[in-house]
Design a protein around this ligand. Structure first.
Ligand SMILES: Nc1ncnc2c1ncn2[C@@H]1O[C@H](COP(=O)(O)OP(=O)(O)OP(=O)(O)O)[C@@H](O)[C@H]1O
Length: 365
């Protein structure tokens, strides 16, 4: 297992990048801790594959270096990096049995037959294919083949890192949950450094110890699922994580009070006088329906999603989502909303402002 260091790393696919937009991966300086499970999360085109390909050795970065346990591997080919990779679509040998496919990376390294048998059967059990170990891979459905790919990725204990690139795309929804749980279990048992690329927040938040959120070629936050939810460092994280995402209102801030269109909102912390374009961010879960207290709200519609309701409203001309419990009354007239003071975040030019006297949260890159 390895600690992976990214040093002033950046990449452009252009020969002479001259402006910020020319960089598919903007500069990142970060240490990925040995033995942690990370998810690289972001929408299509944000630079996830570019970063993963630099780590795996498929791409040499235009700037900076990459170190495995302190050794510079920036120019080293994939084969020399001792990593296991699982891709979006299955890569299996059709003429081999499931057992032979799983054993392949171990045989290649000349491991003892007894160890191979034991390890293959354990992984076969984890991917739910014990009964199919001795059948040929040919003819198996795509999701079964992808389970073999996952198993083959996980079969070696001595890899520096395990890299997964959207590995559950072809897997059935109910099996996805099961495999994610098994991956997590495997991580608990063996403590591999794992990097899992996905654009699906549920996948990222359930799999990873830490989620690396990317937006427009930049790492905007690296944090635990709880940190991403409670203290998004960038408005993009607030918007991207959560369902629905964070609400934002343009405002001005002085000390512990935000003002929106002349309406004062208590923030619960002292923010001084931040400059730039100021926004207040509040999660739908932290907006409370009230009658008379707080800001006036117009209800557009209510969506019942089972465990709770999503109230689509307008507050001071801006759209605002509220999560309301099953029993909560929603007024058609005179409805107001209150923001839980300690759960509000303030943003200046899209970056979170740290309240005075607090030491939590920091920019990731
Ligand atoms: N080989 C390439 N040549 C030129 N530009 C590229 C190349 N590969 C990626 N890009 C560009 O770099 C940016 C980042 O792409 P990248 O594939 O890393 O994003 P991604 O987050 O992995 O997206 P997806 O989930 O769609 O794969 C995009 O603007 C993309 O068009």
């Amino acid at each position: 297992m390895a600690q992976i260091t990214l040093k002033n790393l950046a990449h452009s696919y252009l020969p002479n990048p001259s402006q910020e937009d020319d960089w598919a991966l903007k500069e990142i300086d970060h240490v990925w801790r040995d033995g942690e499970a990370y998810a690289l999360l972001g929408p299509s085109g944000c630079g996830k594959s570019t970063l993963l390909n630099i780590i795996s050795g498929l791409l040499i970065p235009s700037q900076g270096s990459i170190l495995f346990n302190g050794n510079d591997v920036t120019e080293a080919p994939t084969a020399q990096r001792n990593i296991a990779q699982v891709f979006q679509f299955p890569v299996v040998y059709d003429t081999m049995t499931v057992r032979e496919n799983l054993a392949f990376p171990l045989k290649n390294r000349g491991l003892d037959a007894g160890i191979i048998k034991e390890r293959v059967e354990r992984i076969g059990d984890m991917i739910g294919m014990t009964d199919q170990l001795d059948r040929k891979a040919r003819g198996l459905a795509a999701d079964a083949k992808q389970k073999i790919s996952l198993g083959r990725g996980m079969v070696r204990e001595d890899v520096n890192a395990l890299l997964f690139d959207e590995p559950l795309t072809v897997i059935d929804p109910h099996m996805k949950w099961q495999l994610r749980t098994q991956l997590k279990e495997l991580h608990r048992q063996f403590g591999h450094t794992m990097i899992y690329v996905t654009h699906d927040q549920t996948e990222a938040l359930t799999f990873a110890d830490r989620v690396v959120v990317m937006h427009d070629g930049r790492v905007v936050q690296i944090g635990t699922p709880d940190e991403l939810f409670e203290r998004p460092e960038h408005t993009f994280v607030g918007y991207f994580i959560g369902s629905p995402g964070m609400n934002f209102l343009e405002c001005s801030v002085e000390g512990e009070t935000a003002t929106v269109d002349g309406n004062r909102i208590a923030l619960g912390s002292d923010y001084g006088r931040p400059s730039g374009r100021i926004q207040l961010g509040v999660r739908p879960e932290h907006v409370k329906l009230s009658k008379g207290e707080g800001l006036p709200a117009t209800i557009d519609r209510v969506e019942d999603v089972g465990r709770h309701r999503i109230v689509r409203a307008r507050v001071l001309g801006a759209p605002l989502n509220i999560i309301a419990g099953e029993g909560e009354a929603i007024a058609t007239d005179g409805q107001t909303v209150v923001f839980e003071p300690g759960r509000v975040n303030i943003y200046s030019d899209d970056w979170r402002v740290e309240p005075h006297g607090s030491s939590v949260g920091r920019r990731a890159a």
